[in-house]
Design a protein around this ligand. Structure first.
Ligand SMILES: *Cc1c(COP(=O)(O)O)cnc(C)c1O
Length: 360
């Protein structure tokens, strides 16, 4: 008797043959593959989290605040730029935020556009919500040519445009003029995925400054990277209040648990402490870029907590060699390049040592 399997189920035709998202979760000494923050919460923060979770636990017989108003007020305060709760929305990771955006503005018969190489989940979330994906290319230096982008947007009339800045996996930040020009030409909404915003170098602006002039720009952020809170699942966005109204139509009721809301609120209270770790990671990143270039590697300029470097005729061999030495990085981006997350100073010396051994 043959095994009952996926192919026996009345699965949607457009989901057949797909594989689930799967960055490896391997037990290795040095995990530098998913852009996590290497610094765990301090004991002081752990204690504050435990206290907030205890308080939330006493009310778990009730549904949570459906609109997460207090948390959204806190997030708006953190973002600044005159934002308030009516212009901020939160969900379980920015991936859920992006899914809600596509549920509201994408869907069957609609189109989303991105500029690749970029975050691999954008096309996945688009297609799983039934949205057609149009992939445009970034230039050789991983920038987006504004004229070409405006032409693409004018030709395809996408309902949703994704601009990742700083971009994953290249680390490239976009000039605000590029975002503004694309947004002015785009007929639909423009999502600026700023998952790595806190890591950008001095003088690199955020698209938050464009919100006031264009009500169709959406800036998405996450606590998974700079806030060192990937395990808590909290993503959020800033946009015009009308965009928030649209997202309320598609969000599941009570999507953000009382525990998540409490944890994220405490993380905001500790933002100074958490962002201190970001400063260290930025310095470590800049040092790694210099070191790699000093050793003759090509490195994309990075405004994020990772670095894309190359070029390797056989990047899989380098990836495997690193893994054999206990250092897990990521095979992602253009074929000859690899990406490493920035870890602690100890993790980065393990990275450097392994890379020299593998390529030397
Ligand atoms: C890591 C990442 C996210 C974050 O996803 P979460 O669901 O918030 O953990 C979003 N966008 C990009 C470009 C990322 O690299």
């Amino acid at each position: 008797m043959s095994e009952f399997g996926l192919h026996d189920l009345p699965l949607r035709d457009d989901l057949r043959g797909r594989t689930p998202y799967g960055a490896p979760q391997l037990d290795v000494p040095v995990a530098l593959n998913t852009n996590e923050n290497p610094y765990p919460p301090s004991e002081r923060l752990v204690a504050a989290l435990a206290e907030a979770v205890s308080a939330a636990a006493r009310g778990l017989n009730r549904y949570p605040d459906r609109d997460a108003l207090r948390l959204r007020e806190g997030l708006a305060r953190y973002l600044g730029h005159g934002l308030d709760a009516s212009r901020v929305w939160a969900a379980n990771g920015s991936n859920e935020v992006l899914q809600q955006i596509l549920q509201a503005f994408g869907g069957p018969g609609r189109t989303a556009m991105g500029f690749e190489p970029s975050y691999s989940m954008h096309p996945v979330i688009a297609e799983v919500t039934g949205t057609r994906w149009v992939a445009e290319r970034r230039g050789g230096d991983f920038s987006i040519d504004p004229d070409a982008a405006v032409a693409a947007v004018t030709e395809h009339r996408p309902d949703v445009v994704f601009l990742t800045s700083p971009n994953n996996p290249t680390g490239t930040a976009l000039p605000l003029e590029t975002v503004a020009r694309i947004a002015a030409a785009a007929p639909g909404v423009v999502v600026v995925d700023e998952a790595y915003a806190e890591f950008r170098r001095e003088g690199t602006p955020s698209a938050l400054t464009l919100l006031a002039e264009n009500p169709r720009i959406i800036v998405s952020r996450t606590m998974s990277k700079a806030f060192a809170l990937a395990g808590a699942r909290l993503g959020y966005l800033a946009a015009h209040p009308a965009v928030i109204d649209a997202l309320q139509l598609v969000r599941l009721p009570y999507h953000l648990s009382a525990v998540t809301q409490a944890v994220a609120g405490v993380a905001l209270d500790f933002s100074d402490e958490l962002l201190g770790g970001v400063k260290q990671l930025r310095e470590e990143r800049d040092a790694l870029v210099d070191w790699l270039r000093g050793h003759g590697f090509r490195v994309a300029d990075s405004d994020a907590n990772f670095v894309m470097f190359g070029e390797f005729p056989d990047r899989t061999a380098v990836f495997r060699g690193m893994l054999e030495r206990g250092v897990l990085i990521r095979e992602v981006g253009p074929p000859a390049w690899l990406r490493t997350t920035i870890g602690t100073p100890e993790e980065m010396s393990a990275f450097r040592e392994a890379l020299l051994q593998v390529t030397g």
